[in-house]
Design a protein around this ligand. Structure first.
Ligand code: SF4
Length: 348
């Protein structure tokens, strides 16, 4: 894999990209959490993906899904910890069209705004129904190098996503793409990315880095270096001053946050925030934002003193669902260091 990016060349690109970022956005950043409603996948042959290594009779073949209360409890945490919902994602077959619409409506209600969705290529009629509650659609493009794409995503063609983007444009919805760096693309593929963003009016890009899973063809490969990740971010920022650029990191890569923010990115994702809440790496992540002179909106380290019971009671949802949300919320808060009963109970 070609990660031989000269650090000096990257740093001069980054300097330019950071200036462009600061001319177009406030010196802030935040964490975005992807909400997964199921782990089912009907494709299961993308070469980089953990699911491609799983036997046919495992849980990823069953159309299972998380409970609504669990998703809504997580959404409440996202809202009140100052994070954002990156997108709602999962295997589409887990819901009927009406069931999915109902979930999206409830999430709107809890979060107080429209959300992004990442559930594969959606047909125009379905987009029309979702449009009042969905701000934009995410297409999992993964790589713009067509040869690499045909190899790594044999059953996930790009064309249906492009059609979805055209439909989304007609409906006035936003469009985002995901790119995984390290799949075999090189810097020579940047013009193809640039064309895609221009041609389809892409508003947001999620840059992830290859996480080489055991038993995939990428086992033993190196993950992209911070220089390589920064090169793509900086080039994209320079070409698209107003684009929303997000990068994904795992909890062992919190130490590259300042570097990647300085390349002109807006926000951070993939980080396992619920599991890592209040840990050393979460403190490191926040410190890295400071080091990049960005105000970190929200928190990954300190639970706010909120009356969670009141917050749930005030939601316009049925009583039983609210009760179940409280139970779930309590489990999350406990794992994050403070059960519900230790939060204030007085009304305000
Ligand atoms: S990357 Fe491919 S195999 Fe993995 S969940 Fe997505 S569509 Fe399924």
């Amino acid at each position: 894999m070609n990660y031989v990016i000269k650090s000096l060349a990257v740093e001069s690109l980054m300097e330019k990209a950071n200036k462009i970022y600061l001319a177009n956005f406030p010196a802030e950043t935040n964490f975005e959490r992807a909400l997964f409603f199921s782990w089912y996948c009907s494709i299961r042959d993308c070469k980089f993906c953990y699911m491609s290594t799983q036997p046919n009779d495992n849980k990823y073949q069953k159309i299972g899904r998380r409970t609504t209360e669990s998703l809504l409890a997580e959404a409440l945490l996202i809202k009140h910890l100052g994070w954002e919902v990156g997108f709602l994602s999962g295997g589409k077959g887990a819901y009927t069209t009406e069931g999915f619409l109902d979930l999206v409506k409830k999430l709107n209600l809890v979060i107080g705004e429209k959300i992004w969705i990442n559930i594969g290529a959606i047909k125009k009629e379905e987009l029309e129904n979702l449009q009042p509650y969905v701000k934009g659609v995410v297409g999992s493009i993964e790589t713009v190098n067509i040869k690499v794409h045909d190899f790594v995503c044999p059953s996930k063609p790009i064309e249906p996503y492009l059609e979805m983007f055209n439909d989304a444009t007609k409906l006035g919805m936003k469009k985002a793409i995901t790119i995984i760096l390290g799949l075999g693309e090189t810097e020579d593929d940047f013009p193809a990315l640039e064309n895609l963003i221009k041609q389809y009016g892409i508003d947001k890009i999620h840059f992830y880095g290859l996480n080489p899973h055991k038993d995939t063809v990428f086992e033993g490969f190196a993950s992209p270096t911070k220089y390589y990740q920064a090169w793509w971010i900086a080039k994209t920022r320079i070409a698209f001053p107003k684009l929303d650029i997000q990068f994904g990191i795992w909890d062992d890569r919190a130490n590259r946050v300042a570097f990647l923010l300085n390349a002109g990115a807006n926000s951070i994702s993939k980080y396992p925030a619920l599991k890592a809440f209040g840990t050393k790496s979460a403190f490191e992540l926040e410190a890295q934002c400071k080091q990049a002179n960005r105000l970190f909106k929200g928190t990954l380290t300190k639970l706010p003193n909120l009356n969670w019971n009141n917050i749930v009671d005030n939601l316009e949802l049925d009583k039983e669902l609210k009760q179940n949300i409280k139970i779930k919320l309590n489990q999350y808060l406990k794992n994050m260091g403070k059960p519900l009963e230790e939060h204030p109970t007085d009304s305000h």
